[in-house]
Design a protein around this ligand. Structure first.
Ligand SMILES: Cc1cc2nc3c(=O)[nH]c(=O)nc-3n(C[C@H](O)[C@H](O)[C@H](O)COP(=O)(O)OP(=O)(O)OC[C@H]3O[C@@H](n4cnc5c(N)ncnc54)[C@H](O)[C@@H]3O)c2cc1C
Length: 228
């Protein structure tokens, strides 16, 4: 399906949201992702397609994706950054099961690493707009506090993320399973983790070793980003 860029939004120095109008009605569930195709000349070996979570909520008219741009970015990201209003991109159908559980009484714990915040923005906006009340705790892991995005969306849904600041590269202190387990208030909690692939894999391993039940663990990982 085609979608037209109608708005870009700068969230901080490196992070932008892109708002698209789909050519026809687009049904999805908060937390799902799409594939975007951006044909461009001299594409690098990573090609012209990427997956992005829809950071928008199904209650919003437009579709949004949110991403970070690095200095040594891919040709895909450069092309995305240079898109002009009214440019048209190709998007796939929505995919994925990183979505809220049907049972609205289940206590939830959201763990986000960096850009892994995007599905939670969609869910929080959905909860606020539909006035659906859920018991949600949240840890948001970031290299520095200035990287935080979407605070107002979470506040409107009654969610207060606890920031976990890792610092940079050599001195980084990564989030560990025990930081999460110590914070969980209800032993029936469903734990959601979304972030760079190495972070999600490490936490999954640690949680399994600690005996956290796999059937209460929901994972979403983003390849192509460094651990947070
Ligand atoms: C289900 C799913 C959902 C996702 N949702 C999101 C989302 O909501 N937001 C989001 O931002 N991403 C999301 N992603 C990840 C996204 O698809 C990209 O992989 C990611 O944004 C990195 O983009 P990029 O490869 O263009 O690299 P860039 O962002 O441009 O760069 C990332 C890193 O890769 C390095 N790099 C760049 N080009 C190359 C190259 N040719 N070879 C080796 N290294 C290189 C850069 O130096 C940088 O360190 C999702 C992925 C999946 C699977």
């Amino acid at each position: 399906m085609k979608a037209t860029l109608v708005r870009t939004e700068k969230l901080n120095e490196q992070v932008y949201s892109f708002w698209f109008e789909p050519e026809r009605r687009f049904r999805y569930i908060a937390g799902q992702f799409i594939e975007i195709t951006l044909p461009h000349d001299n594409a690098d070996d990573r090609g012209t397609r990427r997956w992005f979570t829809l950071s928008s909520s199904p209650t919003e008219e437009l579709l949004a994706i949110t991403t970070r741009f690095s200095h040594q970015g891919s040709s895909f990201k450069r092309t995305l950054h240079e898109l002009q209003l009214n440019d048209v991109v190709e998007i796939s159908e929505p995919m994925g099961d990183f979505v809220l559980p049907k049972d609205t009484s289940s206590p939830l714990f959201f763990v986000a690493g960096g850009m892994g915040i995007t599905p939670y923005r969609s869910m929080a906006k959905w909860l606020a707009d539909t006035k659906e009340s859920r018991n949600v705790q949240m840890i948001y892991s970031l290299k520095e506090a200035a990287d935080e995005v979407f605070r107002e969306v979470f506040a409107a849904a009654g969610i207060e993320p606890t920031l976990f600041i890792t610092g940079h590269e050599a001195h980084a202190q990564h989030l560990r399973a025990h930081d999460i387990l110590n914070a969980i208030q209800d032993d029936q909690t469903i734990l959601y983790i979304s972030g760079p692939e190495p972070m999600v894999e490490n936490l999954e391993k640690q949680l399994k070793t600690a005996g956290f039940p796999a059937n209460r663990l929901v994972l979403d990982f983003f390849p192509g980003y460094q651990p947070i």
